[in-house]
Unconditional design. Structure first.
Length: 218
């Protein structure tokens, strides 16, 4: 395969962003922090440590970070057996695989969480590799997760497209030198995705699949 389709997972292929928002909000509340849900939503997509720092600031007690992240992990884990794939997400991956694309997931999820996400997508036969934030020193919006995905696929940046739902995705893809496709199903406004580097924007995986012929993934 000489071209790669790299996909974010949460909010892009699986409808989990608002589950993350509620789990993070409760984890912060349990630690004594009142963080507005809209602020949490804008931060979803960052690695856990970066998300906590982004929302609580540099003057926070960093000794709390691990406990807050663990609280989120435990709360979000309650949904693992019923995570909902976004419309036609698995079908999109299988279509791209048949068309000769190496499909690589680039996600901060790992372990049981990644397993739950892949079960929801139900397209393991189409996925060439998975690049986790655990595999790199810096997560999105740094380019390393996308660059690692390209290494796994053995494809240069100019032969790749990155699909994601957050500004962190678009910035990571742009910094890695790949074309970026945004989806609106994660809840981030079109203008924000465009400003962060999206070359094209679709409503969700089903919309992208239906418009594939005229998309960057043609």
């Amino acid at each position: 395969m000489e071209r790669a389709a790299v996909f974010d997972v949460d909010g892009t292929l699986v409808d989990t962003n608002h589950l993350h928002v509620v789990a993070w909000w409760e984890a912060f509340r349990q630690a004594g922090h009142r963080v507005p849900m809209h602020a949490v939503h804008r931060a979803v997509g960052l690695p856990s440590t970066d998300l906590v720092a982004h929302l609580l600031g540099e003057d926070r007690d960093p000794d709390e970070d691990a406990d807050i992240s663990a609280g989120h992990k435990a709360l979000y884990g309650q949904y693992f057996d019923r995570l909902p794939a976004l419309p036609r997400a698995g079908e999109l991956l299988r279509r791209l695989h048949r068309d000769g694309w190496a499909v690589v997931l680039a996600t901060s999820a790992g372990g049981a969480e990644l397993g739950a996400l892949r079960r929801a997508i139900d397209a393991d036969d189409a996925i060439t590799a998975t690049a986790s934030a655990d595999d790199v020193d810096a997560g999105k919006p740094a380019p390393e997760p996308v660059e690692h995905a390209l290494e796994l696929a053995g494809v240069p940046a100019e032969r790749a497209v990155f699909v994601g739902d957050t500004v962190w995705d678009m910035r990571a893809g742009s910094r890695a030198g790949v074309r970026c496709v945004g989806v609106l199903c994660g809840g981030i406004p079109r203008a924000d995705l465009e400003e962060a580097g999206a070359d094209a924007i679709y409503a969700d995986p089903a919309h992208l699949l239906s418009a594939l012929a005229g998309s960057p993934l043609a």
